[in-house]
Ligand binder design. Sequence first.
Ligand code: PBG
Length: 347
Amino acid sequence: MHARLWLWENPASFPELRPRRLRGHPVLRDLVAEARFHVEKLVQPVFIREELSRPRPLGSLPGLSAYGPESPELVEYIASAMDDGVKTFLVFGTPQRKTRLGDPAYDVNGVVQRSLRYVRRELGEEPLLVTDLCLCGYTDHGHCGVPRQHPQRGIVIDNDETLGLYTRIAVAQAEAGSDVIAPSGMMDGQVGAIRRALDDSGFSDVAIMSYSVKYASAFYGPFREAVDSSPRFGDRSTYQMDPRNRGEALKEALLDIGEGADILMVKPALAYLDVIYLLKESLPHYPLAAYSVSGEYLMVEALAEKGMADRIRLHMEVLTSIARAGADLIITYWAREAARVVKENGG
Ligand code: PBG
């Protein structure tokens, strides 16, 4: 530390240090390169829509499609992504009918449960299936929990009533074959409630990847369009984190660890690299995921579409930056493409 500070203050005392010396040869650059992302640590989101029998391109997420719950194309997509090296999938579902309490989320024949059973039947245990656990895609009001009339504040989202529904979703997903449950609703105590419910139902081997540090972000727009989950009234700032807060991220992460989270997550990624760095520095031995969200993906795609940047280089730079900040796993809409690029360049 001392030497580093001294060098910082006296750069002229080291005239022999020429940083460019290490940049002159491509192999030398690889030799001294510090951060990289790993294909086996990328997670590919997958969208299932109950009403579809054929895949349908997602207008808001170029290059991606939504699949029918029991469609052969879904299985082909997962199998071919696995061939390219991506083996972990984060499954989102959109039901045909939305209700106040989002019951298709915990129905045995709900859209996600049906597709999990189908994929398991066709592909066995090889793909790692992670399921997003939330209500916003299933409720007719688009909120992540149960609405309730508050005497002064109008309609609020009831924390503890919502937890009861989350535990039912967790058990339904585990019964259908989920390997990892990923609660994303930002209710207090959700990890602990889900852990207990899973254990009580005989699923103590099902892991929890918690969206521990999830901000009330404007970067979720293309995702909400893809799954029709925009709130019909108000916004999510009474349950998702305020983008101004960083110290609070540590509090959320520590609470989740205490409640039994196996993997922590920061979301979004690119505008919150400082938070990723903080969590990795503070909790270095805990697996940390970062979710590079839909708006980040679309920003890159739009820049490339305008011809102002190389699409592949830009996506690679984003993923590398997230890994450099300290994320171990990265959830990205570009996972499968990244795997292809890495494969074509010989790993
Ligand atoms: C569900 C959920 C959201 C995302 C993942 N899970 C949306 C939200 O909080 O509104 C966003 C993902 C993305 O933008 O890529 N709560």
